[in-house]
Design a protein around this ligand. Structure first.
Ligand SMILES: NC(=O)c1ccc[n+]([C@@H]2O[C@H](COP(=O)([O-])OP(=O)(O)OC[C@H]3O[C@@H](n4cnc5c(N)ncnc54)[C@H](O)[C@@H]3O)[C@@H](O)[C@H]2O)c1
Length: 331
């Protein structure tokens, strides 16, 4: 039986991935490490849960000693872009220093497969090439400490893999993750979420009174930021595909995970009104620090390399599942 450690597996993306791993990878034992700072124990549908922070180095090392992991999927981290601007050191600690620690345990305990949650934020602005989307080999120019903290980890992973030829990685750069498990068992339950579709869903469910649009003077058609929204279950599937890819003995890789199509903030707000049938208040406000104008993926590589086949590439479906989750939300 292969042993897979999943850090941050009680969180939004981690929990959807654990569900698919549990359903599809019958020959694997899953271990979920999470401090529940933003995650929920109820969201862990498979595997053995260990409530632990990566900051607690002796206990995390004990876990590595006890199990000979075959692969680590590293989701745990801090994720709010504007917060990273006001608390950069917290972000460098949780996202970069803790990743360094995890990699050093992989070195010490001979764990040679690693999947890392990276982000489109490493690209920075994507205005020039928004038609073809950001390619994995584009120049990287993050505009926030969050993006830099993730890029630093990407560099560490690549440099370590260069030094240790047995170590293989898959770095997955997620675009804007949204939606919820179509079986309605899981969804996004992040406290004080800053994700647009999630906020709109909370407004529709009567949990917030309005949606704020941050910046209406960007260099885009309607002046609001443009993003590439990816359904969380398709992203989770990309991780299962990545695990299979590494277990088949393939070479290290960096892939984008998005659909390659952009929607403006205003388009999304209007789409949520249309799908939900609810009209709600929208406030146009100032730009937020750290937000690039356009981030859209070029999504060809992941389909070729992982043979990834997205099933929910439909903005209405993404919104519908997010609305359903917000309505039933058990945790
Ligand atoms: N949500 C997005 O749109 C998005 C986009 C790009 C990349 N990502 C990356 O995906 C990963 C998961 O994001 P998410 O949206 O599921 O966020 P999330 O907050 O729901 O999940 C993160 C999980 O990690 C746990 N955690 C945080 N710090 C920890 C620590 N020190 N020790 C143990 N557990 C810890 C939290 O409790 C939580 O369960 C993050 O690394 C994030 O940077 C997310």
């Amino acid at each position: 039986m292969k042993k897979i450690l999943i850090t941050g597996g009680a969180g939004y993306i981690g929990s959807h991935t654990v569900k698919l791993l549990g359903e599809q990878l019958k020959g694997a034992n899953l271990y979920i490490l999470d401090d529940l700072s933003t995650g929920h124990q109820e969201a862990i549908l498979f595997g053995e849960f260990v409530k632990l922070s990566l900051n607690d180095q002796p206990k995390v090392e004990e876990l590595f000693k006890r199990h000979k992991f075959d692969l680590v999927i590293h989701f745990a981290g801090s994720i709010v872009v504007p917060e990273s601007v006001s608390k950069p050191l917290d972000y460098y600690y949780n996202n970069t220093v803790n990743s360094h620690f995890l990699l050093s345990l992989c070195e010490k305990y001979d764990v040679n497969n690693f999947i890392f949650s990276s982000t489109a934020a490493v690209y920075g602005d994507n205005i020039e090439d928004s038609k073809i989307g950001a390619k994995e080999n584009n120049t990287l120019a993050p505009t926030s400490p969050y993006g830099v903290s993730k890029l630093m980890t990407e560099h560490m992973i690549q440099d370590y893999a260069f030094a240790n030829k047995d170590f293989k990685y898959a770095i997955i750069r997620y675009f804007n993750v949204a939606g919820a498990d179509p079986d309605e068992k899981l969804g996004q339950s992040f406290p004080n979420a800053t994700h647009l579709i999630k906020i709109c869903a909370e407004v529709v469910a009567g949990k917030r009174d309005k949606v704020k649009i941050f910046g209406t003077d960007y260099e885009t058609e309607d002046g609001t930021c443009m993003r590439d929204y990816i359904h969380v279950t398709d992203l989770a599937q990309a991780h299962v595909d990545g695990v299979n890819y590494l277990f088949e003995g393939n070479e290290s890789t960096i892939v984008n995970c998005g659909y390659g199509k952009g929607y403006s903030v205003r388009e999304i707000v209007n789409k949520v009104k249309e799908v939900s049938g609810v009209d709600f208040s929208v406030d146009d406000t100032e730009r937020r620090p750290g937000d690039p104008a356009i981030i859209i993926s070029n999504a060809h590589k992941i389909k070729k390399v992982f043979k990834w086949k997205p099933k929910y590439n439909d903005i209405s479906k993404i919104i519908e599942t997010a609305l359903n989750w917000e309505r039933i939300r058990p945790f």
